[in-house]
Design a protein around this ligand. Structure first.
Ligand SMILES: [Zn+2]
Length: 445
């Protein structure tokens, strides 16, 4: 984060002029603009614009709202008389309720650049993006606005030594990238708990910046390439419904990367007992007791998720099952979840993949906290790990051609990226790394 920040501070003036131009040209569309910082080389007069003001014209006083502060108290402390405060409050109240100042939020006073330093504008920031301006230099007026947001496209590569998080950390990249790769894009195709040494990835993503100086995190992953066990897995983000703005990830053959079923009903769990028709256990005198479920051990209270969309057919407490829920997904598939501490759904309720249907417990026959997950295909209990599970909504035939055309240049861009490890031996050169990271264009040579 600091690196990203430092690198953008160096370009601050350069970017500001780009913003100003865009702002004038297409104020409404600004949010959609992707600006590649390095491409612009323009000199700029020494201005210091923030909140739409040239801060060089004022004495700028910044502070945060303290306990006991109110708009009146702050202005009084800064030599504004009470009648005027009352007047300002009345005029501003349609735009902003000044009683809603929150402790800890930043505010800025722009004061006259003379010996009196009289406040002329009060700017309050309820969050990183929005701000409220109350002007009272001559006439009084108030308005709400947003800081300009830019999305900067970047690329990152990495080779796994132990875990993806560690690889990203070593490179000063956001852990959010790992989360998105593991939980949003490849959750159904690659088991990130079983990555191999030498597995590697390339990713094209966008970072979000507020006012060009505040890093606001990874916004989106546009495309990724993950090599697991020497096998390539491509992922391209594609909007399948522009009206509802539904985006999904598909591979280079237009196959949806999501499956209709999650791999596990709980996150961060450990399989403590697999589906096994010949299981022998001590409790039953080492006689064969088939185990037709998969046990996921997890702490009590861990949320249990529906592994696919469906309708709840059972939600009750009974015998060895304890608190359990059963879901019918379609004519073929049903799933069941046992030993819950508490259930969160009712019979007849429609649930979506990932919805929390209950919490891990120890009700019924169980030696420890876990969820016993059972999986039916056409009324027969099977091992979900041996099933070729159906993919989530496939891409429509009419969109498929468009998709394959759309990904062509992006795939080329991915393929042209070299792994940093092949380019640089020396890991201790952050300057180099940043430059490579920020500039996909010069990256390929
Ligand atoms: Zn079980």
């Amino acid at each position: 984060m600091d690196r990203a920040r430092n690198s953008s501070v160096g370009n601050k003036y350069i970017v500001l002029i780009v913003l100003a131009v865009l702002f004038a040209a297409c104020k409404k569309d600004l949010k959609e603009e992707v600006i590649v910082v390095e491409e612009v080389e323009v000199e700029l007069p020494p201005e210091n614009i923030e909140f739409g003001f040239n801060l060089n014209d004022y004495v700028v006083k910044r502070d945060t709202i303290k306990r006991g502060d109110s708009f009146g108290v702050i202005l009084e402390r800064n030599k504004v008389g009470y009648p005027k405060i009352f007047h300002i409050t009345e005029k501003a109240k349609d735009t902003f309720d000044i009683r809603r100042l929150q402790v800890g939020k930043p505010y800025t006073l722009l004061c006259s650049k003379d010996s009196l330093e009289l406040p002329q504008s009060f700017i309050y920031q309820p969050n990183l993006e929005e701000f409220v301006v109350i002007n009272f230099k001559d006439s009084i007026h108030a308005y709400k606005s947003k800081k300009p947001i830019t999305y900067v496209e970047k690329i990152a590569t990495g080779v796994i030594n132990s875990s993806i998080s560690l690889t990203l950390e070593e490179k000063g990249l956001s852990p959010r990238l790992a989360y998105k790769l593991a939980d949003e894009i490849y959750a159904w195709t690659i088991d990130f708990r079983r990555l191999q040494k030498g597995d590697r990835f390339k990713v094209i993503y966008t970072d979000k910046y507020i006012d060009d100086s505040i890093y606001a995190g990874v916004h989106d992953i546009k495309a990724a390439y993950f090599e697991h066990n020497k096998e390539p897995f491509y992922a391209f983000e594609f909007m399948t419904d522009s009206v509802k703005e539904i985006k999904d990830y598909f591979n280079d053959e237009a196959k949806n990367l999501r499956r209709a079923f999650l791999k596990a009903p709980v996150k961060f769990s450990r399989i403590s007992s697999r589906y096994n028709l010949k299981r022998r256990i001590a409790v039953y005198g080492y006689k064969v007791r088939a185990h037709k479920g998969t046990d996921f051990a997890a702490p009590i209270g861990t949320p249990i998720m529906a592994t696919a969309n469906g309708t709840v057919t059972k939600s009750e407490r009974r015998g060895g099952n304890g608190n359990y829920v059963k879901i019918r997904h379609n004519a073929t598939y049903e799933t069941q979840y046992l030993h819950m501490r508490k259930r969160n759904v009712k019979v007849g309720q429609f649930v979506k993949q990932g919805d929390v249907i209950g919490w891990v417990g120890m009700t019924g026959n169980t030696g420890g906290p876990h969820v016993c997950y059972r999986f039916w295909v056409n009324g027969r209990q099977v091992d979900p790990f041996r099933q070729k599970l159906p993919e989530a909504k496939p891409i429509s035939d009419s969109l498929k051609t468009e998709y394959l055309y759309f990904i062509q240049p992006i795939k080329q861009q991915l393929d042209d990226i070299n792994f940093l490890e092949d380019v640089f031996e020396d890991q201790n050169q952050p300057e180099h790394l940043i430059k490579q990271n920020n500039n996909p264009i010069s990256y390929n040579d």
